[in-house]
Design a protein around this ligand. Sequence first.
Ligand code: NAD
Ligand code: MG
Length: 398
Amino acid sequence: MKNRITVLGSTGSIGVNTLDVIARHQDKFSIFALTGATQVDLMLRQCETFKPDFAVMVNADAARLLEEKLSNEKIPTRVLSGSEALIQVASDERVDTVMAAIVGAAGLSSCMAAARAGKRLLLANKEALVVGAELFMDAVKTGNAKLLPIDSEHSAIFQALPENQQSWRHVVNKIILTASGGPFRQKPWQELKNVTPQEACAHPNWVMGKKISVDSATMMNKALEVIEAKFLFGMTPSQIEVIIHPQSIVHSMVEFVDGSIVAQLGTPDMRMPISYGLAWPNRITSGAAHIDFQHSSQMSFESMESHEHQLRFPGLKLAWDALSASNGMTAVLNAANEVAVELFLKERIRFDQIHAVNLAVLSLPAPSSPRNLDDLLNIDAETRVRAFENAKKLANFN
Ligand code: NAD
Ligand code: MG
C-alpha cells in the first residue's frame, strides 16, 4: 500500500521540494490532496503530474480558475476552496501523512486538525507550533499523531537524540541550534536601517519563501526555532543555545551529560530533512548533493554573544522573553512578527522597525491563557491589530 499524502502549501518552497522527493519515489507515495493560496498555474502543473484526489485553493477566484483549467485538460482532481477545506484534507481518514508547509499562523487550524486525527505530521510550518505551543503538543498526544520535524535544525536534533524518548531528559545537557547569520551577518548594524526587502530576501545558503527569508535576516527565524525546539523536545529554555555557523553544513547538535556532542551534517538542501520525515524510520534518496570532504571548504563557528551581533540581531532574545512570560506570549510574538514582516515587505516600515514592533507588542499586557484553538486564533487576531497600530505610530503611515 502506498502512503497517501496531503501537502498543505504545495505551491511554496517546501511544498515544491516535497513533491520533488515524492516524484523520485512514486512506488511508495501517492498524493491525496495539494493546497495553495493563489498560484493557479503552478497548482495546475502539480495536478497534471501527481493526479491528486483534491486540490484546495484558499482563494475562491483562484479555485474557480483552476477548476476551469482542470476540466479543459480532463484532469479529474476535485477543487475545493476556503480555509475549512484545508482542515478537511488534513484530517480525512484516507490520509496517512500530512506535510504542513503553509507559512504562518494561517496553517494552525489545519495542523491541529491533522494532529487530532492522528496523522504522521511532517512539520515545516514552525509558526503553527509557536502559536499553538502546549495546546498543539496536547493535540498530538491525544490524537496519537507522529510529529516529525522538517525544519533542518529540528530534524538534525531529532536524528541526534536517542531513540528512547523517555530518556532524553536525563542524558541531554543542551541542544545547540546553528544559524547561518543570514545576508546581514557582516553588515554594520547601523546600516540595517536602509536595507531593502530584496536584500533581506537574498539568503546566502538557502532559497526559501519571502517570510522565512526576512526572518532569517533579522534572526527572528532562529527565535521561532528556539521556541519550536522547546516544545518539540521538552527542553527548558536555558538548555537551548544558538551559535552562528555561516556554511550551514552542521544542521544542529545535541550535547550529552558526558560532554559528547552528536551533530547531523549535510549540504543545505531541504530535500534532506523532507525525505527523512517521509521515510522515517527508514531512509530514501533525496536528490540533495552529498558533502565531499575531500574538497569541501572549512566549517567555522561564531559566538552570538559579541556586542556587534547583539546589536545586529536584537530579536533573537525575544524567544526567551516570550517563553518566560505567561502562556500565549509565543502566539503574541509570532503574530506581531508576521505583521511586521509583511509591512516591511510592502516597504511600509524599515527593516530595523520589525524588531521595534515586536518589542512594543510584547511589552503590552499579556493575554489570558489560551484554553483552546479559538482562544489562540483570538490572540492572533487581536495581536495583529495591536501590531499594525504600533507600526503605524512608529513609521507614520495611514
Ligand atoms: P512559501 O511562502 O514559499 O510557501 C507558503 C505556502 O503556503 C504556499 O503554498 C502558499 O500558497 C501557502 N499559503 C500562504 N498563505 C496562505 C494562507 N493564508 N492560507 C493557506 N495557504 C497559504 O513558504 P516556505 O518557504 O515554503 O515556508 C513554509 C513553512 O516552512 C514556513 O513556516 C517556514 O518557516 C517553514 N520552513 C521553510 C524552509 C524553507 O527552506 N523554505 C525551511 C524551514 C522551515
Ligand atoms: Mg530552520
